[in-house]
Ligand binder design. Structure first.
Ligand code: ATP
Length: 286
């Protein structure tokens, strides 16, 4: 039996870090939304009790370190399954980019195997399992647009932002999320207004959404990687209505409602950045 499932990337429209918790995680508040840039996961059941991973992209582990592997392994243990699965990942989401590619692959694997193995788990149960793999996996299980709190695993779905174009550019550097959090100086950062962002999304107020974009992790990544600042400036110069770094970076996204402007930003950035994408937001939870 075989099943194919899409694993979309996310961007953060707002990312705040409140404090470091006793368990070592950071307490966060994030507004996240899925975009139409996706990996494709193919799951094929195996009689032999093994998890096999095959991935099209470089830099992605094909063993237990792969988050899709961890998702399958967790489901097997939780639900006492003694059968195997072959997981093929057709990678389109840039790796270590702040777009939750690995988390989305894990979420898609949880959802796909739930169906393929007829496990009958609810979406909430899958999200709880996802949190054991990584903080962004729960959001990826739900998809759509959400306010994420706690260490990122407490998800409240909200309406989708108004339709717009998202141009993404990733400089040729990988950023370690752990290092960014380690170097974050919380006393010095400017905190984004998360509640106003949620309200602007609910009102579908595109201009206000662009105005309220904010990410405290920019304070670390922009200082360490001047390329990221450069891309932000270029996006603004080329006419993006709102520009922000996603997650811990280094991917920068620009928002615009105008297709011709999105195309201009895309073309302008292709000159000095290898990985540039022009996509739509995905909107409500599918
Ligand atoms: P986030 O936005 O959640 O911080 P990210 O986009 O910065 O995530 P990922 O692309 O998920 O980062 O990759 C982070 C690390 O996870 C990489 O070092 C990569 O080797 C590893 N990894 C494990 N499984 C996967 C996967 N299925 N796809 C991509 N990376 C994976």
């Amino acid at each position: 039996m075989k099943l194919s499932i899409k694993a979309p990337a996310k961007i953060n429209l707002s990312l705040d870090v409140l404090h470091k918790r006793d368990d070592g995680f950071h307490e966060v508040e994030m507004v996240m939304t899925t975009i139409d840039l996706a990996d494709r996961i193919e799951l094929t059941t195996l009689d032999e009790d093994i998890i096999k991973i095959e991935s099209s992209g470089g830099y992605v582990p094909s063993d237990f370190r792969n988050l899709a592997y961890q998702a399958a392994d967790l489901l097997k243990k939780e639900c006492n399954r003694n059968e195997g699965v072959h997981i093929t990942i057709d990678k389109h989401i840039p790796v270590s980019a702040g777009l939750a590619g690995g988390s989305s692959d894990a979420a898609a694997t949880l959802k796909g195997l739930n169906e393929l193995w007829d496990l009958g788990l609810s979406i909430d149960e899958l999200a709880v399992l996802g949190a054991k793999i990584g903080s962004d996996v729960s959001f990826c299980v739900y998809g759509g647009t959400a306010l994420a709190t706690g260490r990122g695993e407490i998800i409240k779905s909200i309406p989708s932002p108004p339709p717009c174009w998202v141009v993404l550019a990733k400089p040729a550097i990988g950023v370690s999320t752990a290092d960014v959090y380690r170097n974050l100086k919380l006393a010095e950062v400017e905190h984004p207004d998360i509640q106003s962002m949620v309200a602007a999304i609910e009102r579908k107020d595109f201009n206000q959404i662009c105005y309220l974009l904010g990410n405290v992790l920019e304070s670390v990544t922009l200082e360490d990687y001047p390329d990221v600042s450069h891309i932000k400036n270029q996006m603004e110069r080329l006419g993006a209505e709102g520009v922000l770094m996603s997650g811990s970076g280094p991917t920068v996204f620009g928002l615009t409602v105008h297709e011709t402007r999105a195309q201009r930003i895309y073309n302008g950035l292709r000159g000095f950045c290898n990985e540039v994408y022009m996509v739509r937001m995905l909107g409500e939870t599918e």
